[in-house]
Design a protein around this ligand. Structure first.
Ligand SMILES: [Mg+2]
Length: 264
């Protein structure tokens, strides 16, 4: 074998090694979730987009720190009295900090849907990778003296595993700053209130509108879009939204007449 051919083969092996291992059967590739998960795992566009969003969030964080009248929390903004409180940010966990696309890829391969049991088992594995840009953003916030809180709809039963997974990707996580879901604190609004009692909330970061604002329990897609339109100016400043085409509250609220697709 000549040296040029060896170099070409070596390069090919290197390129293949960098592509996530998602070689699935054709019927799995026909699964409607396949493109979304592939985009998140393998596309340069997704990586660039999340990094871009977190870089922009860092800029907004600096603006927020300098403005004592800035709060990202809806209730705190109305009630006031937060100016002297120490600064904090609130982030969602799944598809905001942790990349669970491998769980979704397994479901595609196994022709299964989300179940709470398989989800909790995945959480217990603690194998989720970081969303590109997230860890750097969190470190920057901490370096600026901003306290970081994680509010997640993961259940209390997987709280310790979630803390360990966050630590594994280089994030400071503990009983105190990870607020999981339980029957007493079911919705995110009540858990955000715990943080805002003692902190000025500079930014909210998430991949779902319920990570950022109230009223998202509705299944009416027009109502969700109306709320989004009313809040347009807050997105990208106080509220930071990450893309998630794989799953989310938007799926429960699609129009039923044509499966969500606009035809003209
Ligand atoms: Mg999420």
């Amino acid at each position: 074998m000549n040296s040029m051919r060896m170099i070409r083969i070596s390069l090919s092996v290197l390129m293949l090694a960098s592509i996530p291992s998602i070689a699935l059967a054709q019927d799995s590739r026909d699964d409607r979730r396949y493109d979304a998960v592939t985009w998140m795992q393998a596309s340069a566009e997704y990586q660039l987009l999340t990094k871009q969003i977190y870089r922009s969030a860092t800029t907004q964080l600096l603006v927020a720190l300098d403005d004592p009248n800035w709060s990202a929390d809806e209730i705190q903004s109305v009630e006031g009295g937060f100016q002297e409180k120490p600064a904090a940010i609130i982030l969602d966990v799944d598809e905001t900090i942790l990349d669970n696309s491998a769980y979704n890829a397994r479901n595609i391969r196994d022709k299964k849907l989300f179940t709470i049991d398989s989800w909790n088992a995945w959480c217990e594995e603690g194998k989720a990778l970081p969303i590109p840009g997230a860890v750097e953003f969190i470190h920057r916030a901490e370096a600026l003296g901003v306290k970081v809180f994680f509010i997640t709809d993961r259940e209390d039963s997987v709280k310790q595993a979630t803390i360990e997974n966050l630590k594994k990707i280089g994030v400071q996580a503990s009983e105190e700053n990870v607020l999981t879901k339980n029957p007493q604190l079911e919705d995110k609004i009540s858990r955000r209130a715990i943080v805002s009692q003692k902190h000025r909330v500079l930014l909210l970061v998430g991949d779902s509108m319920s990570d950022l604002c109230s009223g998202m329990g509705t299944r009416e897609w027009e109502e969700r879009r109306k709320i989004a339109a009313e809040k347009t100016e807050i997105f990208g400043s106080r509220w930071v939204m990450l893309p998630n085409p794989a799953y989310g509250g938007w799926q429960r609220a699609l129009p039923s007449d044509n499966n969500g697709l606009r035809l003209d």
